[in-house]
Design a protein around this ligand. Structure first.
Ligand SMILES: [Zn+2]
Length: 294
């Protein structure tokens, strides 16, 4: 097998792509954060969703969003840190009540690592679902080795809030989705979009590639989850938002369509989910199957 050398420069430009899940506030990206974002904008990135994992990092997301209209902030408590709910609750509630956030998360369940006990994770997850409902915001979900438990909680929640928050707006996204096509369809059915991370480009990831190739475009997002999970050909380097272009290109090749098709659909899906103006917002409305359940 021939191994391609990692390129020295950023990806070729792919205008309009949106990174649906990033943590550029992370320690790994702090030393040269300005350069990281410059590279991303130069690659044609049209937007990035910055996601917090506790009160402090959610505040950092909000700071980033206030400095650039292309940046949008999500506030929440990560399942790894769920055991600190009592310590974080008041701060996060006040922060979200102050406004400026487009979603709640990342929350969910991680029964692989169990950095927090499962009961604490479920409690923090339920609390954030209530918080999202109260503020009419979508949720950003992390699920690892907790497929059925996660689905059950979200299905019950979707019965309370409905499948849409209004105007074709889904109720959340499965960040870094790692399940199969059948489960993805079940999530789409209850109003959660499927976000494809850089690991889809790894040769061994047949299941992820099947999901990215098969689910309807109206239900698809692309993300980096930077600084982790760097796509080929940058694998093993630190991940950054510019690299979401490689993931979008790879997904387009899997589906046999031009990259622009995937870029446009995923950008519109992300913008609609988090309720900010999308790429075609200024143009005429057209019905090309935005119902993610179709
Ligand atoms: Zn994340």
């Amino acid at each position: 097998m021939s191994r391609k050398r990692r390129p020295d420069g950023p990806p070729a430009p792919l205008p309009g792509v949106i990174d649906a899940h990033a943590h550029t506030w992370s320690r790994e990206l702090q030393p040269d954060h300005d350069e990281v974002m410059q590279r991303a904008w130069a690659t044609g990135l049209a937007g990035v969703i910055e996601v917090g994992v506790d009160t402090d990092t959610s505040m950092q997301c909000l700071d980033l969003a206030r400095r650039d209209p292309r940046v949008h902030a999500v506030a929440g408590l990560h399942p790894h840190d769920a055991q600190h709910l009592e310590h974080e609750r008041a701060g996060l509630e006040a922060l979200v009540a102050g406004g400026g956030f487009v979603g709640i998360g990342e929350t969910g369940l991680d029964f692989h690592y169990n950095h927090s006990p499962p009961e604490a994770q479920i409690q923090a997850f339920r609390w954030q679902l209530d918080l999202a409902r109260e503020h009419e915001l979508p949720v950003v979900i992390h699920a690892r080795e907790a497929d059925e438990a996660c689905f059950e909680l979200l299905e019950a929640w979707s019965r309370r809030v409905g499948r849409y928050l209004g105007a074709g707006r889904a109720i959340g996204m499965m960040h870094c989705y790692a399940g199969d096509v059948a489960l993805a369809e079940r999530y789409l059915e209850i109003g959660l979009l499927i976000s494809v991370p850089g690991v889809v480009t790894y040769p061994s990831n047949a299941r992820g590639q099947q999901v990215a190739a098969k689910i309807r475009l109206a239900g698809l997002l692309v993300e980096t989850d930077c600084p982790y999970l760097t796509p080929v050909p940058y694998r093993r380097a630190r991940n950054e938002p510019a690299y979401v272009a490689e993931t979008a290109r790879f997904v387009a090749a899997l589906r046999g369509v031009d990259p622009e098709v995937v870029v446009r659909a995923t950008a519109e899906n992300t913008a609609r989910l988090f309720d900010f103006p999308g790429p075609t917002e200024t143009g005429a409305q057209h019905d090309d199957g935005h119902d993610p359940r179709r």
